[in-house]
Design a protein around this ligand. Structure first.
Ligand SMILES: [Zn+2]
Length: 479
């Protein structure tokens, strides 16, 4: 048993050092490995399988809403990147450049895409001519590169996988509706698949995307009460279209610039899942995105008929569409329990000779450790019901964490005091001035997370400067 325990002891307690706990889980659950370049990580099969599940679900939702996948080059000529001023200013510090082709120095250097607005605009200028060419609803699955100074698995990679949607519309109203539609798809994905409750809102001007008129965001609270920006959707107006000279002939026979959106989520969401649901035994995965939903561990597997009986259960679950595996290796039962706990498999099914006599098996939940004996009659439905219960249990727990750690404050002092003692999200009224936003950062160490769509009236004045308040804002410390 001492050896069985060792596996778990290898991870730091989250109460002792949350950052270290997080890195330990990423490594011990075999999600990630380090490469020889700082900030560039290897997604191991188990980590990549989680990303593939995200992709499957989101890709289906994108296609249902009329989007098509495309692929554009990974290099952006410098002259193209510079066409939109705010955009290049925002991204220039993080660009990596290709300056040589073989042994020849290039006449113009090429940026490795940090995001692809400029490339899409160049392409759109070539293919959009008439109102009949609109809307264009494109999405790209790819990796992007941002030369970050610090890095952490999933949360901050120099190269990371994501999807970037880029759309063009004939009217501002249509583009705004698209921005909101995709933002709602992200919110639904976070809540109903990742079991991560969200706060939906708009970014302040300071925090919005470089070149965007408006950025919508879904913000989640991690177990350590810090915020994670889980997905963003941007409305660009016709700013890029003007800069890139994209015009179409409208129904009125006059030239117009189209209106643009972009929206994206990345492998950072995997970091969010780990930090929302994980515990001191390792990863805890929501069943809807878990690569393996049920792990079967035969008990006394050397006894006659045990393996066959377990296999029969596995086949029944498989046939019912459940992602199930059986571990009939030589490892001890204790080792196996620790291993699949570490990997966050939502349900463990155990069955030995005594259970077989009684036509039953044991189901153990990863999220709360509950074990129950259940009949093999209808095992498919029992397992499905329990997977749903795990999914809901994880959401409820995360929702409670969010609610218990979100509070209204009426002065800067109160924000400071609450942040230091409790952390989480402080909500206050705000006048809308950048100065007050900066002061909040300086004095309380928090950034504005969003201006929630669901506004509350907490008072008439900005608690920072005393001027009339315009919005209610969420503040927090973010990843
Ligand atoms: Zn103010």
């Amino acid at each position: 048993m001492a050896q069985d325990k060792k596996q778990v002891e290898q991870i730091t307690d989250m109460e002792v050092d949350f950052a270290k706990w997080f890195t330990d889980v990423c490594k011990k659950a075999e999600l990630i490995d380090y490469s020889s370049i700082k900030g560039m990580f290897i997604l191991r099969p188990y980590g990549y399988a989680i990303w593939e599940n995200f992709q499957k679900i989101l890709d289906e939702k994108f296609k249902e809403t009329g989007h098509e996948n495309v692929y554009l080059p990974m290099l952006i000529p410098e002259s193209l990147l510079q066409k939109e001023k705010d955009h290049v200013e925002g991204f220039a510090p993080e660009c990596a450049w290709v300056t040589y082709g073989g042994s020849e120095k290039l006449e113009e250097r090429y940026c490795i895409r940090p995001t692809s607005e400029t490339l899409f605009c160049e392409h759109y200028a070539n293919i959009i001519h008439s109102h009949r060419d609109l809307p264009k609803l494109y999405n790209q699955w790819c990796s992007v590169l941002r030369w970050e100074k610090t890095s952490r698995p999933f949360l901050r990679h120099r190269e990371f996988l994501w999807q970037e949607g880029h759309t063009m519309h004939a009217t501002a109203e249509e583009a705004i509706a698209e921005t909101e539609r995709m933002f709602n798809i992200y919110a639904d994905f976070c809540e109903n698949y990742l079991a991560m409750p969200v706060v939906k809102g708009r970014k302040t001007d300071k925090e919005k995307f470089s070149g965007a008129e408006a950025t919508y965001t879904v913000e989640c609270m991690m177990h350590d009460k810090k915020a994670l920006q889980a997905g963003t959707s941007h409305y660009f107006g016709d700013g890029f279209a003007t800069a890139f000279d994209i015009t179409f002939t409208g129904k009125d026979n006059k030239p117009h610039h189209p209106f643009q959106t972009s929206w994206g989520v990345s492998t950072r969401l995997i970091g969010g899942v780990i930090m929302t649901h994980g515990d001191n035994n390792g990863l805890v995965l929501p069943p809807r995105i878990a690569p393996t939903q049920v792990i079967i561990i035969p008990v006394a597997q050397h006894k006659e008929g045990v393996l066959e009986a377990n296999e029969a259960v596995m086949n029944r679950l498989k046939a019912a569409g459940i992602r199930v595996k059986m571990d009939a290796s030589e490892q001890s039962a204790g080792w196996k329990f620790a291993e699949y706990e570490m990997k966050g498999v939502p349900l463990r099914l155990e069955m030995g000779p005594k259970d077989m006599e009684k036509n039953q098996c044991v189901l153990a939940r990863r999220d709360n450790g509950e074990k129950s004996f259940v009949s093999l009659d209808n095992i498919e439905e029992t397992v499905k019901t329990m997977l749903d219960a795990v999914q809901q249990g994880l959401f409820d727990k995360a929702k409670k964490n969010l609610e218990d750690n979100t509070y209204a404050c009426s002065s800067l002092e109160e924000v400071k005091e609450k942040m230091a003692s409790q952390g989480g999200f402080a909500k206050t009224m705000w006048c809308g001035d950048l100065e007050c936003e900066l002061k909040m950062k300086e004095e309380a160490g928090v950034s504005s997370r969003c201006i929630p769509l669901e506004q509350e009236h907490l008072g008439d004045v900005c608690p920072i400067c005393g001027k009339p308040a315009k919005h209610m804002v969420y503040w927090g410390v973010a990843y």
